[in-house]
Every structure is written in structure tokens, then in C-alpha cells.
Design a protein around this ligand. Structure first.
Ligand code: PTJ
Length: 235
């Protein structure tokens, strides 16, 4: 994980407290839409950075298998050494093919500078659906502008990634990925249902629900003035 990755992780933890450290109803709705998008995609790609490799390598590999998606390493702080280390981690988790390593990442995302623009010609460049988690806002925005349907997992509903994605899962990646995997497994045989879910899903509305939830939770906390008491009420 990059040093900046640790800072990104801490930023996420702060928001996890605000949502109550659990998969909320709006997050679950977004997960269902994300599973549907994967299962109806022609060329889906799971983008992997240092943080997601460290946290959910096995789930990434299993999701790729269930949804026939490709796995592509796409780093903000790109170096061949990091790419190879992440590739090894993914292969240990069962991945057979990992895109985006070294010269394979010779495609370019317009609008992005330097090393951050490099993508695999067989993966992200031609993908119709791309899953990103703990992602930088510039890249999410650039992918969306290219017409990709971006699915984001981001604990912060206010981040540019969360705001610019087509489907935003406001949840911790360690909870969201197993759930996404489970729901994709259930929906796999029902493509019609997937289309229905996507038709009914409104990301803006769903993001508003996540923000309302934080707001209501904070109001309750402010009344009580005690975090742990509120947590006890759940049990
Ligand atoms: O591995 P690299 O080189 O590609 O580096 C990745 C970095 C750290 C550069 C990249 O992840 C990054 O820039 O992250 P940001 O811009 O800090 O955004 C991360 C977002 O993920 C923030 O909005 C956090 O709130 C959110 N986040 C942090 N931890 C989690 C999370 N979202 C879901 N689950 C988490 N565990």
C-alpha cells in the first residue's frame, strides 16, 4: 500500500463511524445495481489499486469469476515493483489473468496527466463498466467522461469519486465486496431482473439517502451526546 493509501484509509474510517460501521439500506440498493451492471456488461473491469489489493484481493478474484469481469491493476503511484507485488497477491488469491502490468498498460486515458493515465488496451480502455474503490476523483471523472459506467465503492458520499460515479456504494470495501459477490451470485441467472434493477436505480437519489442517514445519525448522537450508548441500542 502506498503511504498516501494509509491516509486514504483513515479518511474512510472517519466516514465509517458516521454511517454506523454497517452496510446501510442505500448501500445495499447500490450494491444490487452494481451487481446488475456487472452481469449485463459486455466488458466489465475491476480496477485494483494498492488499498483494494491489501483489503479484498480474494473477493476481487471471486467477483471477476462470477461476473466474467477482467482484473486490471491501475495505480496512482505507479511503479513496476508495486504492480508486480500486487499481481502476485492477486495470483495467490486465485487470479489467472491480471491486466495493466508494465508495458501492457500502454493505452491512455485522455485528460489525465503522467503515469495516472496509463491503462490496458484489452481492459479499461475498451471497458463499458469499471469498478473502482478508494479511487482518486480525477480518474473517476475521466473514466465517466469516456462513457464508462463507473461503479464506485467509497465511504465518503461527498467525494468527487462518489459524486461522479454512475453507481456509488457508500460502504466500507471490506463489507461491500462480499455482499456484492453474494448478490451477483443470486442475480446471475436473472438478467431481466438486472435490467429492472438498473432501470429503477437513481444514483443521485440514493446518495441523498446516504447523506440523510448520516445527518439523522449525527442528530441522534448530538441529542444523546454519547456515541457508545447509541451503538448499544442496535443490539
Ligand atoms: O495504490 P495507489 O498508488 O493507486 O494509491 C491509491 C490512493 C491512495 C492514491 C487513492 O486511493 C486515493 O487517492 O485515495 P483518496 O483520493 O484519498 O480517496 C479514497 C476514498 O476512499 C476517500 O473518499 C475515502 O473516504 C474512501 N475510503 C477509505 N477507506 C475506505 C474507503 N472507501 C471504502 N472502504 C474503505 N475501506
Amino acid at each position: 500500500m502506498a503511504t498516501a493509501g494509509l491516509i486514504a484509509h483513515g479518511r474512510g474510517e472517519a466516514f465509517d463511524y458516521l454511517i454506523g460501521e454497517e452496510t446501510t439500506e442505500p448501500a445495499l440498493n447500490a450494491i444490487k445495481a452494481a451487481a446488475s451492471a456487472f452481469l449485463t456488461a459486455e466488458r466489465a473491469v475491476i480496477s485494483v489499486n494498492g488499498n483494494t489489493a491489501a483489503l479484498v484481493a480474494e473477493e476481487i478474484v471471486r467477483l471477476a469469476r462470477v461476473t466474467k469481469a477482467k482484473i486490471e491493476i491501475n495505480l496512482f503511484y505507479r511503479s513496476l515493483e508495486r504492480e508486480l507485488a500486487i499481481k502476485e497477491l492477486l495470483e495467490k488469491a486465485g487470479a489467472r489473468r491480471v491486466l495493466g502490468v508494465g508495458e501492457d498498460a500502454s493505452g491512455k486515458i485522455p485528460e489525465l496527466g503522467s503515469e495516472r493515465r496509463r491503462v490496458d488496451l484489452r481492459g479499461m480502455l475498451v471497458a463499458d463498466v469499471v469498478l473502482v474503490a478508494l479511487e482518486d476523483g480525477d480518474r473517476t471523472e475521466a473514466l465517466a467522461k469516456l462513457g464508462k459506467k463507473v461503479i464506485a465503492i467509497d465511504l465518503n458520499p461527498l467525494s468527487r469519486t462518489a459524486q461522479k460515479a454512475a453507481i456509488t456504494i457508500v460502504d466500507n470495501v471490506v463489507r461491500a465486496m462480499p455482499k456484492l459477490l453474494e448478490i451477483a451470485g443470486k442475480l446471475k441467472q436473472d438478467v431481466e431482473k438486472c435490467h429492472e434493477i438498473l432501470f429503477d436505480f437513481d444514483n443521485k437519489k440514493n446518495l441523498v439517502e446516504s447523506m440523510k442517514l448520516i445527518n439523522e445519525r449525527l442528530s441522534k448522537l448530538a441529542e444523546k451526546g454519547e456515541y457508545l450508548t447509541l451503538e448499544d441500542e442496535k443490539t
